[in-house]
Design a protein. Structure first.
Length: 481
């Protein structure tokens, strides 16, 4: 290899390169023509080295983690890596070529000797190692200098950003994480300062909560939107779904649609609106800025792809949540069953957690006299009545048959008895009666034993005529029914 001739040819061609990508392609093509080797130029994009140009390999990996492979090692250390036994090097990444004799990876350096990329060359024929290394280092120096003069490695393009954000949406484990990823992606891809999701769940339309501390502009926008009536938010959603995505030109003397006028109070001058999911269960993604700009239509297309991907993942999360709920719930009453109950009482607080064992009076008579269909109707009606009689934080479980258990957090046994009385009254209001045993979990007492005490108290009520509540004896004393 004639080093001077190769460097001279590469240098001459690089002067005509108008971008970092062109410089990489010119270098790889020229170097491969002179040497017959497999060549690749890689530049950093966030946490990866992106292959900008390659020649001579059957398979090329488009990106390599910045610390992986021989080229990643060269980038990380800022020093040329020379490998003569590739099969013995733990960092070597095969690219489909057999019999590689030599690999040389030289860092591309800027004027401060900071790595801005890598030139990687592999030979399948025997060559002089020192000469090959000198050629690659000289060419890498030319390429690094030209890329620096052109402004450095190119920024992440829109497709790469969308792919990166799509990965974040796919790996989101909760709706909160998904909202955060969607908002971050919308701001990053659009270049605008604020992103707000207006979403429905089939029952209500509401403004999505901020997932990170918003900037001043987004905070104002959210404050204004949070004060809008639900009918206005619904109108925003329906407008997007009726007519599709939209953007504003921000031209003077042209009024926005009536539904968007409240947003002007927050300082919105530029707005992109993209429908998300179906109109009856989805919403709209609003991306805004207080600067007057004209979004490129291709940016709106990116927002549409983002919205579609966000909805697909949101729908997946909701479906999984529904399946989990079904797996944890009694299909007849919708109440959670034994598994969730056992999990709940493991966190019982001694002296504070009350267990209410609830049994429908004469339920067997109902089944035997009127049939199981009527018995099921009684179970559904009673579970609804009991649930409505409980406080917001109280929990009701169906453990089987006509056996229910309520779990309460109380300050005193009398508070639990008050709730028990409310439950018996709720049952009577629909023409049924229940017997209830109440037990507070004692210090160092397994919750299962407290439940047995509640069951015993409940059977005591039944023996005494049913239709009442009784506090089980134990370390905590109080009123008995």
């Amino acid at each position: 290899m004639e080093q001077e001739r190769i460097v001279r040819d590469v240098t001459a061609r690089l002067t005509r390169a108008s971008s970092a990508e062109d410089a990489c392609r010119v270098t790889v093509t020229t170097l491969s023509a002179h040497t017959g080797a497999m060549s690749a130029a890689l530049l950093p994009v966030r946490d990866n080295l992106r292959c900008i140009a390659a020649s001579g390999a059957w398979q090329v990996f488009t990106t390599v983690r910045a610390g992986r492979g021989v080229c990643g090692r060269a980038f990380r250390t800022g020093r040329t890596q020379t490998v003569t036994a590739v099969s013995a090097d733990p960092d070597y990444i095969p690219v489909g070529a057999q019999g590689v004799q030599l690999e040389v990876s030289a860092p591309l350096l800027d004027t401060t000797d900071r790595p801005i990329g890598v030139l990687n060359v592999e030979w399948r024929t025997a060559v002089d190692v020192d000469n090959a290394r000198a050629v690659v280092e000289a060419v890498a120096a030319c390429l690094g200098d030209r890329i620096t003069r052109l402004g450095g490695p190119p920024a992440e393009n829109s497709s790469e950003k969308l792919l990166r954000h799509a990965g974040a949406l796919t790996t989101a484990a909760t709706e909160w994480e998904l909202m955060a990823a969607a908002n971050d992606a919308a701001r990053d891809l659009s270049g605008l300062d604020a992103a707000v999701l207006v979403m429905g769940d089939g029952e209500r339309i509401r403004v999505g909560m901020p997932t990170v501390l918003p900037n001043d502009f987004e905070a104002r926008l959210r404050q204004v939107m949070a004060g809008l009536p639900e009918s206005t938010l619904l109108e925003m959603v329906m407008l997007a779904h009726r007519h599709g995505s939209s953007y504003t030109l921000g031209e003077k003397d042209h009024c926005p649609p009536q539904v968007y006028r409240p947003l002007l109070a927050a300082g919105v001058a530029t707005l992109i609106g993209v429908p998300v999911g179906p109109a009856d269960a989805g919403g709209v993604m609003l991306i805004a800025d207080e600067r007057t700009m004209e979004p490129d239509p291709s940016t709106v297309n990116l927002m549409e792809m983002l919205a579609a991907h966000a909805w697909a993942n949101l729908d997946r999360l909701r479906t999984l949540a529904q399946l989990r709920e079904l797996a944890m719930s009694d299909p007849l009453t919708g109440l959670r069953h034994q598994g969730p109950f056992n999990e709940r009482i493991r966190s019982a607080t001694p002296g504070r957690t009350a267990l209410l064992a609830i049994d429908i009076d004469q339920f067997k008579v109902i089944n035997d006299t009127y049939g199981h269909q009527e018995g099921d109707a009684v179970l559904v009606a009673l579970s609804r009545a009991l649930k409505h009689a409980l406080r917001h934080a109280d929990e009701l479980f169906r453990l089987g048959g006509d056996e229910f258990v309520a779990v309460l957090e109380v300050r005193h046994p009398s508070e639990a008895m008050t709730i028990a009385d409310r439950l018996t009254a709720a049952a009577r209001a629909i023409g049924r009666t229940v017997s209830i045993g109440v037990a507070l979990v004692d210090e160092d007492e397994p919750p299962e034993r407290a439940l047995r005490r509640a069951d015993a108290a409940m059977y005591g009520v039944k023996r005494d005529g049913r239709n009442g509540a009784r506090l089980a004896p134990g370390a905590s004393t109080g009123r008995t029914a």
